[in-house]
Design a protein around this ligand. Structure first.
Ligand code: COI
Length: 385
């Protein structure tokens, strides 16, 4: 069905080049409601070439927090640059956190979100840690829904990927001395994506990093603070230059226990036992991690959250990673040069992947639930209109 008024189409298509004003915004809200695109229309994207690069969808959502700490009156606006004071809290002191969630298009055209309330509560915890006010769970979910529905044509066809949704909470107000920003902005933008790694669905090759650590006890490693990501770039880029897919970090004290990779959580499999590092403030409480643990328990595996020594990983049958962007990704090899053991020996261990692997079993179940192929008995999936 075409709900469009055709004259609006010509005014809306070049949205991204339009400058934004408050007046334009309320007109825009009306236009978005009219949904000028046909329900079955797709954006002009080569879906088979999608990776994890930014392909910005038409609209983003913006909500400002007033001085009393309340978020009010969020609205959609065309995707585009935002204005920030050079002395904003986020630019100067890194006061910012983000989330990542995905929307899927089902075969019958329905649009599904996966556990958005989990992202909402995680953002709240992260905001508390970074001394920021945050939107309520309902406001967060409403913002995600609005952003996804306004950008419906950017949701890839079934089986070709998903719409990655990126909520951001930043200290947008100006501050010079170190302190919490006087104003906050919540933004949500979206981009169609498929595989996170250039390897596509092929197994990853990880490098165990011993020089740089990702987080230390008492730090902010357990929340999705933007400050957790730039510091890993050096180790990540070095590893990528050497042909590895990602870096696996060790604990900051003993350099012995697994933490997580730069972009995802880590699991090891030995027989029917699946182990993953416990979340004690230095690693992210991944929503995919939590979902996979539940699925694995349902499938009869013994799932353990605990300290996992790197030596145990080197003896595992399988290793895999989980994350919203990454999904459930098999690890084909891990390379580790143990400085702790003071050997110069470089160990490279290969792991089982592919058909009949535990990773594939769990990945298939998760994706089937997320995309509506499998009945959602857990209440994880929300259909939106
Ligand atoms: C996600 O998985 O959503 C993340 O935020 C990881 C990021 C490095 C892409």
């Amino acid at each position: 069905m075409i709900r469009a008024i055709s004259y609006l189409q010509s005014s809306l298509r070049p949205l991204r080049s339009r400058s934004y004003t408050a007046q334009a915004s309320s007109a825009l809200r009306e236009e978005v409601k009219l949904s000028v695109y046909r329900d079955d229309e797709y954006a002009d994207v080569d879906w088979d070439k999608l990776g994890f690069g930014l392909t910005p969808a038409d609209y983003m959502y913006e909500m400002k927090c007033s001085k009393d700490g309340e978020f009010r009156e969020g609205e959609l606006r065309p995707f585009g640059n935002i204005q920030l004071s050079p002395s904003s809290g986020v630019l100067n002191y890194g006061q910012g956190i983000y989330e990542g969630t995905k929307a899927y298009r089902k075969e019958d055209g329905k649009i599904l979100l996966f556990r958005p309330e989990q992202n909402a509560t995680r953002l709240k915890h992260g905001a508390e840690r970074m001394l920021m006010p945050s939107p309520s769970v309902d406001q967060f979910i409403d913002a995600i829904k609005q952003t996804v529905l306004a950008n419906k044509r950017w949701i890839p066809p079934p089986g070709k990927g998903s719409l990655y949704v990126r909520p951001l909470l930043i200290g947008s107000g100006p501050i010079l001395g170190l302190g919490a920003a006087p104003e906050y902005t919540f933004l949500v933008y979206a981009s169609p994506v498929r595989n996170y790694f250039k390897e596509g669905t092929a197994a990853l090759n990880l490098y165990v990093e011993e020089e740089y650590v990702r987080a230390a006890p008492g730090g902010a490693g357990g929340v999705k603070s933007i400050t957790n990501y730039a510091p890993v770039l050096k180790a990540l880029t070095r590893a990528k230059d050497r042909g590895f897919s990602d870096v696996l970090y060790l604990d900051s004290i003993y350099k012995k226990y697994l933490e997580e990779a730069s972009s995802c959580n880590i699991f090891i499999v030995k027989g029917k036992k699946i182990s993953t590092p416990a979340t004690k403030g230095t690693i992210l409480k991944g929503i995919t991690r939590k979902s996979v643990m539940e699925i694995a328990t349902d499938q009869g595996y013994q799932v353990e959250e605990r300290a996992v020594p790197v030596d145990e990983l080197m003896e595992a049958d399988e290793v895999f990673c989980t994350g919203t962007a990454v999904g459930v990704a098999p690890v084909g090899s891990v390379t580790y040069q143990s400085q702790r053991l003071q050997t110069s020996e470089i160990c490279r261990k290969e792991f089982k992947t592919g058909n009949d692997s535990v990773c594939e079993e769990l990945q298939k179940i998760l994706v089937s639930i997320q995309t509506g192929f499998m009945e959602d008995k857990k209440g994880w999936v929300t259909e939106i209109h």
